[in-house]
Design a protein around this ligand. Structure first.
Ligand SMILES: Nc1nc2c(c(=O)[nH]1)N[C@H]1C(S)=C(S)[C@@H](COP(=O)(O)OP(=O)(O)OC[C@H]3O[C@@H](n4cnc5c(N)ncnc54)[C@H](O)[C@@H]3O)O[C@H]1N2
Ligand code: MOO
Length: 405
């Protein structure tokens, strides 16, 4: 009996508890998940100030265009004097400079004759025009970021402006990657007959990094049970998650499966998906392990469908309401028709542009030729044997790719 994708995702997610919380400077928090809500220390703006280079006035003192008033001071941004505007006067003021007490409007310099001792205006100011009032954006004491939010550059700006210098975030997941198989030679080596370059090791390392996690180890293990057992017992880098590729199917030398079945803490299952059918997940040495199939595209797809949500959970992101939200799916239309496998979810490599998905040629799980041009995986449901033109499909954005809307 095959497991559904949802069932296997639930099993993988059950391996994770959010990693410990640490307090870090806001400048180092991008990509982390906020662990405790952050409260504004400052009002934003924290003082009434000008939105324009121009003149601070009392609107009532300029009842008509052409009225000439005395310019009694000059206020630059950063001027810390607490000034008071005398009745009937104006002060030259720059964008971001504090509004003098008594002023209630700004006349932009373009609507003036630019005078520095007296000034005449070409417009009649309205009360409050071009004034940025204290606290109109954020109030001190407001919750500006809540737990579970990912820190983006925008969140960094908000925290910094609101006077928050440090933020409580979950630790970044530390991941150890092992490729397995005697046929593999390292990147940069010319393979001999029967050998191939170990592309999964670098691919998984880059996926880990693109997911915002820390790659603490990347290595290769030969098909030797003793070496595999020793590596899993004590993975380098104090990893929070061990990821492997290869050796999990039905082969006589599928050593990852052999070693972990003997340990008894990892389930090996067939998942009703293509590619990526043989999967394993469990614990080893007290830490979660996910064993991905060796075929490069199977490994790549399984990472997006199972490992990325697991990393998000370790990083402190709350559970999503649905599989689609868990894997970051959007919906597009099929640009052309294509055949699909029935009874399994098919993750078709597609290129999404203009809201429509076109499948790449060469969908075999060993075929990397079109992987660089794909930007998404179309999720074709098990009941569908043929995708029709215009059919609406969920798509998972590929890590690091832009998806044209
Ligand atoms: N009798 C059966 N054979 C296979 C089954 C099955 O159900 N019954 N499932 C097939 C499917 S589907 C997949 S996927 C693969 C998964 O096999 P393994 O996880 O055991 O992976 P390997 O046998 O080690 O390798 C498969 C394939 O991928 C290449 N590979 C492996 N590692 C890398 C790497 N690091 N970089 C690049 N390429 C790699 C390897 O050379 C093989 O060609 O099993 C099917 N067989
Ligand atoms: O299910 Mo396998 O992962 O197609 O090559």
């Amino acid at each position: 009996m095959m497991r559904s994708v949802e069932e296997h995702l639930a099993a993988v997610l059950s391996l994770a508890t959010p990693l410990p919380v640490e307090t870090v400077p806001v400048s180092e928090a991008r990509g982390r998940v906020v662990a405790a809500s952050a409260v504004a220390v400052l009002d934003l703006p924290s003082f009434d100030n000008s939105a324009m280079d121009g003149y601070a006035v009392r609107a009532a003192d300029v009842p008509a265009a052409g009225v000439r008033v005395a310019v009694v001071d000059d206020i630059a941004a950063g001027d810390t004097r607490r000034l008071s505007l005398p009745p009937g006067g104006a002060m030259r003021i720059m964008t971001g400079a504090p509004l003098p007490e008594g002023a209630d409007a700004i006349v932009p310099v373009e609507a003036s004759d630019g005078g520095t001792t007296t000034v005449a205006f070409t417009e009649v100011p309205g009360v409050g025009q071009h004034v940025r009032w204290v606290g109109e954006d954020v109030r001190a004491g407001d919750e500006v970021v809540s737990a579970g939010v990912s820190v983006t550059p925008g969140v960094v700006a908000l925290l910094a402006a609101a006077g928050i210098a440090e933020v409580a975030v979950h630790r970044r997941p530390r991941v150890a990657v092992f490729s397995t198989g005697d046929e593999l030679v390292p990147l940069g080596t010319t393979p001999g007959f029967g050998q191939i370059v170990d592309s999964n090791q670098v691919m998984l390392g880059e996926l880990v990094r693109a997911a915002g996690a820390e790659l603490v180890h990347s290595g290769h293990l030969p098909d030797d049970p003793d070496l595999v057992r020793a590596a899993f017992a004590d993975p380098p880098g104090d990893a929070d998650l061990v990821l492997t590729s290869g050796g999990v199917s039905m082969g006589a030398h599928d050593v990852v499966k052999e070693v972990l079945l003997a340990a008894g803490t990892v389930d090996f299952v067939k998942v009703a998906m293509r590619p990526g059918m043989p999967q394993g997940a469990g614990h080893i040495g007290g830490r979660p392990i996910v064993t991905l199939p060796g075929n490069p595209v199977s490994s790549f797809v399984s990472f997006h469908v199972f490992v990325l949500p697991l990393l998000r959970r370790l990083a402190g992101q709350p559970a999503a309401a649905s599989l689609g939200e868990e894997v970051g799916a959007g919906v597009v239309e099929a640009a052309v028709a294509w055949r699909s496998v029935q009874g399994k979810v098919e993750f078709t490599r597609v290129r999404v542009a203009g809201g429509a998905a076109t499948p790449m040629t060469g969908q075999g799980s060993h075929m990397l030729g079109a992987l660089g041009a794909a930007n998404a995986l179309a999720v074709v449901p098990p009941a569908c044997a043929a995708v029709e033109v215009g059919q609406r499909l969920s798509v998972i954005r590929l890590l690091g790719s832009e998806v044209g809307s």
